[in-house]
Design a protein around this ligand. Sequence first.
Ligand SMILES: Cc1cc2nc3c(=O)[nH]c(=O)nc-3n(C[C@H](O)[C@H](O)[C@H](O)COP(=O)(O)O)c2cc1C
Length: 169
Amino acid sequence: MSAYDIMLQRRSVRKFTDQQVTDEQIDTLLKAAMAAPSACNKQPWEFYVIKNADTLKSIKGASLFTKMNSTLIIIVAGNTHRALPKPAQDFWVQDCSAATQNILLAATEMGLGACWCGVHPVKLFAQKVQKILNLPSHIIPMSMIQIGYPDQSPEPRTQYNEKHVHVVE
Ligand SMILES: Cc1cc2nc3c(=O)[nH]c(=O)nc-3n(C[C@H](O)[C@H](O)[C@H](O)COP(=O)(O)O)c2cc1C
């Protein structure tokens, strides 16, 4: 499949089978994540791979929109000790977003399903994840990616809309 086809095929999957994602597949996802661009190549990201059933349950309770039956979650978090100085300090969010999207695209290519669930900037959600994983305050959970073998198949698509295209000639 071409990169373009994978982009269209990537859809949010929220129902998963019981089949486990292997450690080898997790390594591939993490390598895809860390192939992402990052501002000044600071790579201000940390990845928390959650497989433990009790921790999965707690983590899914950290947000209102994350009650899915995945057996794997990757939390992508910003490490503000590696962030750029002001006024560029918040570029870590874009770096972590690029890493998150790379995980979604790699998962799609591997026949896995995934859903990006937002954590930062909702303080309540981020603080709950920090507490569950015992993270210091400079590690800010940005996304919670639910991953597994898909038990639903949303149609590939773009949502192209020319109203949002502004050409400056
Ligand atoms: C920043 C961000 C946060 C999101 N948070 C959630 C979430 O908490 N729960 C959820 O079910 N989907 C979440 N989504 C997935 C969106 O609902 C989904 O991408 C959107 O409806 C478009 O559908 P698609 O991913 O299938 O193209 C999030 C997506 C993004 C980019």
